[in-house]
Design a protein around this ligand. Sequence first.
Ligand SMILES: *Cc1c(COP(=O)(O)O)cnc(C)c1O
Length: 368
Amino acid sequence: MTSDLDPSTVVVHAGRPERVPNAPLGGSPVFSSTYIAGGDRGYGRFDNDAWAALEKTLGELEGGRGLTFASGMAAAAAVMDLVPVGGLVVAPQHAYSGVLGLLDQQAATGRLNLQRVDIADTDEVSAAVESADLLWIESPTNPAMEVADLPALCAAGRAAGALVVVDNTFATPLLQRPLTFGADLVMHSATKFIAGHSDVVLGAIITANDDLWTTLESKRRNLGAIPGPMEAWLGLRGLRTLALRLDRAQSNAAFLADRLLEHPRVTRVRYPGLPDDPGHARAKAQMSGFGAILAIELGGDADGAQRVCESTKLWVHATSLGGVESMLERRRRWPAEVPTIPADLIRLSVGIEHPADLWADLDQALKA
Ligand SMILES: *Cc1c(COP(=O)(O)O)cnc(C)c1O
């Protein structure tokens, strides 16, 4: 597809079958564990049409080649596996707890060395990355909503000879394209905004480096964390409407952020779209929108925040994010969440419902 199309058009049309008479408009999931010998496909763990269609679409959106995995964590684990034994990984103090947990486990066994940094502190990260093999960036971070300076950190990583990977789950390929800033790899939990309907667990990596793509493809084969054909098909089916879903979810998030700022029960709103947010200027420079995730603090104890989460009727009290349904949770209810995340912090994943309904329900829960 020609690259002069807007991403909101690419997301609809990329990865489709060739337009020839009788061809279907979209591919179908192929349920086969193996293929007739004589071609280049081999086996169901190596190749599948439903993966290829999703990978082509994600590749066009991010500006590289895609690889889909069984989950976001499977994609993350494949990236960690690129680190030489005993190599140094520089990673954010705050990021998705599963990724941080995996790094901690691997550091505990001596598989790798780990240095945690404040990913919003460009000087600290640039100094740490000098002797690193891999720089793991997440921006905005889950759930602290910090924004990393992607162009500066990608340049620092490159200069140091470290691989730079960006977990782009919160921003999606429509709001932020890390490869264009010089990242080597982009990772997604496609479970979230990409699939978008809270009905599938899926991951992806995108890279513009063919050697890295080949290495990661072979890791996927041999580590075996492949997606099911149906999951990949659902992921692409969901991705087709990402531009529309994001438009609505983002405008809802901006509306709610403004309202929450004024709410007497709320002491802090973390959303890069707010002019006073510490990440605002960076987000404005490197993202084409501020996304649909925000976090609030209530200034009280964990119990009060927990009660708010349990008092909504419309908002779904559940973990995960990026679905059409608005969801909320107190992140520290998970023992694996980093202790520097405030106990009263609630992460809001804003969906595509009517903003007035979302506000009314949140407001009554905050007063409960
Ligand atoms: C959910 C999430 C992951 C993990 O992805 P799974 O699909 O749940 O394995 C990684 N990074 C971020 C930012 C996430 O939100």
